[in-house]
Ligand binder design. Structure first.
Ligand SMILES: [Ca+2]
Ligand SMILES: [Ca+2]
Ligand SMILES: [Ca+2]
Ligand SMILES: [Ca+2]
Length: 269
């Protein structure tokens, strides 16, 4: 019995070893949602670890770097993503399209971490969004509620290169998102905005297709599977396992107080 008591904590720490966490600071200046991550808060905010394969470290490393930062204030949660991408393309322009049929960036939020009643947001390089709510994961019989919209959502994309022009090599795209707390409050079962130390379950994903260029246009290669690169690894090819998502811990400390030395290495570092 005594040995079991030793083994259990070791097992638990092993099982949770891969889960990521992120300290989310408060905004200290205005964030303009224009896709440019030029605000000094973004320079001060911690940078997430680079995305890895959805199944974990044992799988091949992603071909392109992806990182995210987060900031919050009394009205909104702000997300900034940087996606290295030599061929920026997109086709979908209608809200609530199946955005992962293009290359995309995805956000998953389960405020109370009960693995039910959670939010999803997908965005492509044309700044087209698919926002939806799930009462429970698909494998538990959950159905996507696409008609659910993030009221007051603001998103912007900045292309570092040219979109839908394969004649050049692009550097990537950056995304800036503001999600009003009010929109997340409905099924949060947690205070909004969050209090000091509150922890929400969040994950980020990126879908990357193999493409071919036909008559100067990008097209997905028929019959190929997409790559799924994520912040916190899921262990399986399924984002709808909220128990595997990362932890975002909110602090009332200002991003401007975060010493630059505390930054984690990100793109280009
Ligand atoms: Ca900006
Ligand atoms: Ca929930
Ligand atoms: Ca929607
Ligand atoms: Ca281009």
């Amino acid at each position: 019995m005594k040995s079991l008591l030793f083994v259990i904590p070791i097992l638990l720490s092993f099982l949770t070893a891969e889960g990521k966490s992120y300290l989310c600071y408060r905004r200290s200046e205005r964030i303009e949602i224009d896709g440019r991550l030029s605000e000094s808060d973004w320079l001060r905010a911690p940078v997430t670890d680079a995305f890895i394969d959805i199944e974990g470290e044992a799988r091949p490393r992603p071909r392109f770097m992806t990182t995210v930062r987060m900031i919050w204030d009394d009205t909104s949660l702000y997300i900034a993503a940087e996606l290295e991408e030599p061929h920026v393309w997109g086709t979908l322009t209608k809200r609530d399209s199946v955005i992962f049929h293009d290359n995309d960036f995805e956000v998953f939020i389960d405020p109370d971490g009960d693995r039910n009643e959670y939010y999803e947001l997908e965005i492509n390089a044309l700044n087209t969004v698919w926002d939806l709510f799930l009462s429970r994961p698909y494998r538990d019989g959950g159905k996507a509620r696409n008609e659910w919209d993030i009221t007051g959502l603001k998103t912007a994309v900045q292309i570092d290169g040219t979109i839908n022009d394969p004649r050049d090599i692009d550097r990537g795209w950056s995304i800036e998102i503001a999600i009003p707390w009010q929109a997340l409050g409905e099924y949060a079962h947690r205070p909004i905005p969050p209090r000091e130390g509150d922890t929400w379950r969040v994950n980020f994903s990126r879908v990357e297709w193999q493409h071919e260029i036909i008559a100067n246009r990008y097209r997905r290669v028929a019959g190929t599977k997409e790559d799924n690169w994520v912040w916190s690894p899921q262990g399986v090819i399924d984002m709808h396992r909220p128990e595997r998502w990362g932890k975002v811990i909110f602090t009332t400390r200002l991003a401007s107080d975060n010493p630059p030395a505390a930054r984690q290495p990100g793109r280009g570092d």
